[in-house]
Ligand binder design. Structure first.
Ligand SMILES: [Zn+2]
Length: 98
C-alpha cells in the first residue's frame, strides 16, 4: 500500500475521494496516465467536456421542468397583480378627489 498523499509513478495524479471503513478519504486515482499526468477520466479536457455536457443536460432539464415554468408565470402574475393594485389605488385616489 502506498502512503496516503504519495504519487505513484505511471498513474493519474488526480486525488479521488473514496469511502472506506473509516469514512471518507482521498487517494491517488488508480488509472494509468493517458496524457499530461492524468487518466482519460481526470484529464482537464475530459473533465471540461463532461462538465459542459452536464451543464447542457441541466439546462435542458430546467427548461422543461414544470415547476420552473410555473415559477416564470408566477413571477409574471405577481407583477401583473402588483400593477392591478397600483391602478386600483390610483382610481380610488381619483374618485376620492371628486
Ligand atoms: Zn484519474
Amino acid at each position: 500500500m502506498p502512503k496516503l498523499g504519495s504519487v505513484r509513478d505511471g498513474y493519474c495524479k488526480e486525488q479521488v475521494v473514496q469511502s472506506g471503513l473509516r469514512g471518507m478519504f482521498t487517494s491517488q486515482c488508480s488509472f494509468k496516465i493517458w496524457k499530461d499526468g492524468y487518466c482519460k477520466i481526470h484529464h482537464p479536457e475530459s473533465v471540461a467536456i463532461r462538465e459542459a455536457k452536464k451543464a447542457k443536460l441541466y439546462e435542458e432539464k430546467q427548461k422543461n421542468d414544470p415547476w420552473n415554468i410555473i415559477s416564470i408565470y408566477r413571477e409574471k402574475l405577481d407583477k401583473a397583480n402588483a400593477r392591478i393594485l397600483e391602478l386600483e389605488w390610483l382610481l380610488k385616489e381619483r374618485d376620492e378627489e371628486h
